[in-house]
Structures are given as C-alpha cells and as structure tokens.
Write a protein that binds this ligand. Sequence first.
Ligand code: HEC
Length: 198
Amino acid sequence: MTRFVLGIVLGVLLLPIGAFVWFQYGHPPVAVADAPLPMERLITGVPLHARIDKEAPGEAKAQANEATFVAGAHVYREQCAFCHGVYGSASKVGQHMFPDAPPLWEKHHGEVVGVSDDPAGETYWKVANGIRLTGMPAYKQVLTDEEMWQVSVLLANADKPLPPAALALLKEPLSFDHPDAPKTIVMPPAPAKSGAAH
Ligand code: HEC
C-alpha cells in the first residue's frame, strides 16, 4: 500500500518536473519556423470548428451585391491585406507567421480560392472573434457589425467575378512606393532645446 501511494506521489511529481525540464532544455517550438508539436493542428482545429458550428450565424446580414463588395474591399484593404495579401500578390509577412495567414485571393487545395468554400457566417465568426494563439485578430471592437459582414460576404464570393471598383481596391499594392506617393517624407524640425542641462 505504501509503495502504491509512493508511486502515485512520485508520478504526480515527475510529470511537472519532466515538463519543466523539457521546457527549459528540450527546445520546444517557439520560433515561427520551428516544427509544429505532434497533433498541434488537430488540438487547435477540432475545438475551433466545434465552436464555430455552434455559434456562427446561418444567414448573412449583407446582400451579395456591388455596394457590399466595394465596401468589403475597403475594409479588406485597410485591415486584412497586410497579412492576407492583395489580389494577385500574397503577403510576405503572412507567409512567415505560425500558423501562416492564408492568402485569401489565391487558389489552394486544388481549386478553392481563399475561403470562398466557407459560408459567410463562418468567416464572420472568425473576423469577429479572432483565432486564439494565431495572429488572427478579433475585430468586433474594431469594425462595425456591418463592416464585418461586408468583408465576410466579399470573401465568400472571392471565386466569382467581382465589380471593377472592388477589384481596383483589392489590387492596390501593399507597398508605400505608389506612383502618386510623395517621394520624400519631410520630418518636422526637432524642437529647440530650452534651458541648460541639469
Ligand atoms: C496580423 C495578421 C492578420 C490580420 C491583420 C488579419 N488576419 Fe486573418 N488570419 C491570420 C492568421 C495568422 C490566420 C491563420 C489562423 C489559423 O491557421 O488558424 C488567419 C485566418 C483567417 C481566416 C481563416 C482562414 C481559413 O483558411 O480558414 C479568415 C477567414 C481570416 N483570417 C480573415 C481575415 C480578415 C477578413 C481580416 C481583416 C478584417 C483578417 N483576417 C486580418 C492573420 C491575420
């Protein structure tokens, strides 16, 4: 009996000690380029989808029309393009995150463009709530409900022909080196130092 209890106590103690030794000396993945932990995708993916299935609204609260696509493209260009890329050009930063930010205007897994295979309600949930322990931010305190629906309905239609006004926005390059941008940034003069140094 004593040996049994001792075994349990030792087991209970060994577990955190083992974990500590591994954290300290075992080189667990911390850098973006490190290999994922075994089953990491599964552990984070299953509960995320269970939650979305429960909470994502079924019906989109924005019509799939030109006004929505153009407004959604504005939101996308301002808030999302830095990580998810613009139309025709993926984001370099997005590719070097873990997990990476998928390009939302490119085909993957054969034929699917971005998240156009997901209902707008699922994308709306991700935009509103973000995805924990990834770089995907939660926008419900940043964007209005209408804006979140506009960008979600736009992304659900990413595989369809879009109106030229929306496409023009989505194709705007990420770089500041825009032909119309001022060539040099003029810094204001530094404030004059007043008084003697103490
Ligand atoms: C700071 C970088 C960053 C910004 C800005 C950002 N995202 Fe994300 N997003 C990510 C990352 C990283 C993931 C991958 C999360 C994962 O793999 O679970 C992601 C995932 C997603 C997904 C799920 C993709 C899939 O394949 O299921 C959608 C949809 C999405 N983002 C939409 C948006 C929208 C819309 C915006 C702007 C309103 C936005 N994101 C802004 C980093 C970002």
